[in-house]
Design a protein around this ligand. Structure first.
Ligand SMILES: [Zn+2]
Length: 239
């Protein structure tokens, strides 16, 4: 299939593969296909939120989640894959709030449990009582592995000492103690990489708990642990 209306809403911190590749997972909205996850995307692709992309895609054989796709030809020419992603436009600033409202109205659920019940792997949650924090990683690995397809030493999630997380309750939370999820957005990790001495400023960047702003989380599960959800992106805008 040729996807020609993909709007980037978020992408995650790089993950390491066993074969020395590193890649990212990109998440977005297509007016024709709905919410979509694209994985694996070569690490050198640095999609901007709101970028409009087109590319040939196909269903992944290993990932059965209906929202999951990969770039066509991923297996045989991973090195060249980035060339297939065509950045053709960006959503105009003045249109972003309306588009977010539209996406929220289509995909908002009242609790993570509702996504599990519907067997959906991507959705939108309105968080209440947000309590952001940094957790020390148990799998922290200071040494950065090189990759086969790039000379740059990209940090993967395990190369960070801390993991950004947010405790919150969904609008109609069925979990006894609310939710506590990691924030995977690459931008959050980029802040941690560039400003390691100002970690807490990250939450101010997102305007978390600023009463003038509204927040929604784009949450997604893991292919191997379908009941385990993470925050892949944050939609936020002035009320
Ligand atoms: Zn909940």
């Amino acid at each position: 299939m040729y996807l020609d209306d993909f709007m980037v809403l978020g992408h995650a911190v790089p993950q390491e593969h066993r074969d020395l590749r590193k890649s990212i997972c990109m998440m977005g909205y297509s007016p024709t296909q709905g919410l979509i996850r694209l994985y694996p995307i070569p690490i050198r692709v640095r999609p901007k939120k709101w970028a409009l992309l087109k590319m040939p895609i196909e269903k992944s054989t290993s990932d059965k989640r209906s929202e999951s796709w990969k770039i066509k030809g991923e297996k045989k020419d991973f090195d060249q894959l980035y060339k297939k992603i065509n950045h053709f436009d960006i959503v105009k600033l003045k249109n972003r709030k309306n588009i977010q409202r539209h996406i929220i109205s289509k995909y908002e659920v009242d609790c993570i449990e509702s996504l599990n019940d519907k067997k959906e792997s991507l959705g939108i949650i309105k968080p209440k009582n947000m309590k952001p924090f940094f957790d020390k990683r148990k799998d922290y690995e200071p040494k950065i592995q090189s990759t086969l397809d790039s000379d740059t030493l990209y940090k993967a999630s395990s190369n960070f000492e801390f993991q950004p997380r947010i405790k919150y309750t969904c609008s109609n939370c069925k979990a006894k103690n609310g939710d506590n999820q990691q924030l995977l957005e690459r931008g959050a990790y980029e802040w941690m990489r560039k400003e390691p001495s100002k970690l807490d400023q990250l939450w101010k960047n997102y305007k978390i708990n600023d009463i003038d702003y509204e927040h929604y989380f784009i949450v997604g599960n893991q292919a191997r642990y379908l009941n385990s959800f993470m925050i892949i992106g944050i939609l936020w805008f002035k009320k």
